[in-house]
Design a protein around this ligand. Structure first.
Ligand SMILES: Nc1nc2c(ncn2[C@@H]2O[C@H](COP(=O)(O)OP(=O)(O)O)[C@@H](O)[C@H]2O)c(=O)[nH]1
Ligand SMILES: Nc1ncnc2c1ncn2[C@@H]1O[C@H](COP(=O)(O)OP(=O)(O)O)[C@@H](O)[C@H]1O
Length: 214
């Protein structure tokens, strides 16, 4: 068993508006050791979104170059824009034992689950309590024009139809309740045998203590 812990790749996916960004931000506030995978995107920034913090806002040419250079762990075309997760910061974080949080669509989740890092993936799908509420949240977020909201609503079933490929599924009705469940999932995953460095050494210590008793 390896004595240093390799970080988890924690994936959150959902149809647009179900609440994954909100949950991701709460998770980052809860655990400052978590590292957020800042995606590159060709989408325009929304008010309040900072380059390098929420996304790396890049041109299509720059995005395609990153893909051609093999610098992306995964990438996809979503709602008419390109999105991708740069590999280098992810590798750096997990090699240092830090868990990395991803906000990616189902295509990104699939690619990560089939990558060389697949043994370290924890995937969580977030559902809205209803499609009516999904629309209400997209409208009340107040970030997208009516035609963009329409496009996202139309694509929501595509995203939802991939729910079964995830380790966990959460219905995000009450935000606080959902967040508690998400924290519970992360805490439990970190307690898996494979996530506990030094467990073998600890048990060997118990064994020699036990043998000394005889
Ligand atoms: N595959 C992939 N999807 C991403 C990435 N970053 C964001 N997305 C997904 O792209 C979709 C649109 O994201 P965004 O424009 O921020 O809208 P929002 O989900 O409505 O807040 C969502 O499903 C995100 O999870 C990425 O790096 N890779
Ligand atoms: N459980 C919830 N109950 C009510 N509103 C929510 C809940 N979760 C998120 N929201 C709100 O819904 C909107 C969409 O959430 P957001 O996190 O941006 O979704 P996503 O990242 O999945 O597109 C935001 O205005 C957010 O504050």
């Amino acid at each position: 068993m390896n004595s240093t812990r390799r970080g988890l790749l924690i994936i959150l996916s959902s149809p647009s508006g179900a609440g994954k960004t909100t949950l991701a931000r709460k998770l980052m506030d809860w655990d400052e050791t978590l590292s957020f995978s800042v995606s590159a995107t060709t989408r325009k920034p929304r008010p309040g979104e900072e380059d390098g913090v929420h996304y790396h806002f890049v041109s299509e040419a720059a995005f395609k170059k990153m893909v051609a250079d093999g610098a992306m762990l995964e990438h996809a075309h979503v709602f008419g824009n390109f999105y991708g997760s740069p590999m280098a910061p992810v590798k750096e974080a997990i090699d240092a034992g830090r868990d990395v949080l991803f906000d990616v669509d189902w295509q990104g989740a699939e690619q990560i689950k089939h990558s060389a890092l697949r043994d370290h993936v924890l995937s969580v799908f977030v559902l809205p309590p209803s499609i009516t509420e999904l629309r209400r949240r997209l409208v009340s977020r107040g970030q997208d024009a009516a035609d963009v909201i329409q496009k996202r609503m139309q694509k929501s079933w595509d995203e939802i139809s991939h729910w079964h490929g995830y380790d966990y599924v959460l219905v995000n009705d009450d935000l606080d309740v959902t967040f508690e469940k998400l924290k519970t999932i992360v805490i439990a995953e970190r307690l898996r045998q494979a996530q506990q460095p030094g467990l073998f050494d600890f048990i060997r210590g118990l064994q020699s203590e036990f043998e000394d008793l005889e």
